[in-house]
Design a protein around this ligand. Structure first.
Ligand code: ADP
Length: 262
């Protein structure tokens, strides 16, 4: 487990899940947010650390945009996104005066903020900390892994869409995990088919099965396929809790089962 106990570090966090993807737009932030909601639904206390510094989308997805981060003796107090205070969130989005402002920082400044997010946030006791990372593999990923390494268990979830091009990007993510000694908890295939809400037939909008094939080839677990789901997309646009409000929709079973495997 973590190093010295204290309110402003991760010593009280039981599991850390890094969510990675080879490129943007595959649903990495969506999976991070929904995984947090599904874990909360299963009675867990969850934190989300949004280190996607140039595209922080979690505050918008969880309707926490514009909320303020306060300081306490232990550091920054994360924002609670729900009334029950079971999901806390820290994001660079809370530190910008204008949500549309771009983070135009050089690497060292970004890396310093990532270190601060890890050491100076008063997370308290959490069952899971879900870390939404930028797409690809960059200095920011190295800074994140280095800062989190003393805290364990630390594992990565790699999100891909089914197409070969996305799967190729994921191969690089898996190489990154191997080189940095990061345990891969598994691959999630997102946007794998569209389930018609009228007849329940599944149309494979892209190709199918790429994520599972890749996981098999790489010898890592395959955690599940999440279909394209208009209700999921809509709930994120409206900042609604998909897991609580849409249990009958097509993406629900996959998201729920992934949460049970991590
Ligand atoms: P990334 O973090 O990889 O850049 P996002 O999570 O921001 O990608 O997702 C990109 C867009 O796709 C968002 O508008 C999101 O609502 C939508 N999306 C992601 N996954 C699904 C899904 N399974 N069903 C429907 N819409 C999805």
């Amino acid at each position: 487990m973590g190093t010295a106990a204290g309110p402003g570090n991760l010593a009280g966090v039981r599991h850390i899940l890094l969510v990675l993807s080879g490129k943007g737009g595959v649903g990495k932030s969506t999976i991070s947010a929904e995984l947090a909601l599904a874990l909360r639904h299963a009675g867990k206390k969850v934190g989300i650390l949004d280190v996607d510094l140039c595209g922080p989308s979690i505050p918008r997805m969880l309707r926490a945009q514009g909320r303020a981060v306060h300081q306490c003796d232990g550091g920054w107090v994360p924002v609670f996104v729900d009334q029950e205070q079971s999901i806390s969130l820290m994001s660079v989005g809370f530190l910008l005066e204008n949500p549309d402002e771009a983070v135009v920082w050089r690497g060292p400044k970004k890396n310093a903020l990532i270190k601060q997010f890890v050491s100076d946030v008063a997370w308290g006791q959490l069952d899971y900390l879900v870390v939404d990372t930028p797409p690809g593999t960059s200095d920011e990923h190295m800074a994140t892994v280095d800062a989190l390494r003393p805290y364990s268990p630390l594992g990565a979830l790699v999100v891909t869409t089914p197409q070969a091009v996305s799967v190729g990007d994921v191969r690089r993510e898996l190489t990154f995990c191997r080189k940095t000694g990061l345990q891969v908890l598994g691959v999630v295939e997102n946007m794998s088919g569209f389930v018609c809400p009228h007849c329940a037939e599944c149309t494979n909008v892209f190709s199918r099965g790429g994520g599972e094939e890749l996981a098999t080839l790489a010898g890592v677990p395959f955690l599940g396929s999440v279909p394209l789901d208009p209700e999921l997309c809509g709930s994120l646009e409206e900042g609604r809790d998909f897991i609580r409000d849409f249990p009958k929709s097509s993406a629900f079973p996959a998201l729920f089962s992934i949460a049970q495997k991590v």
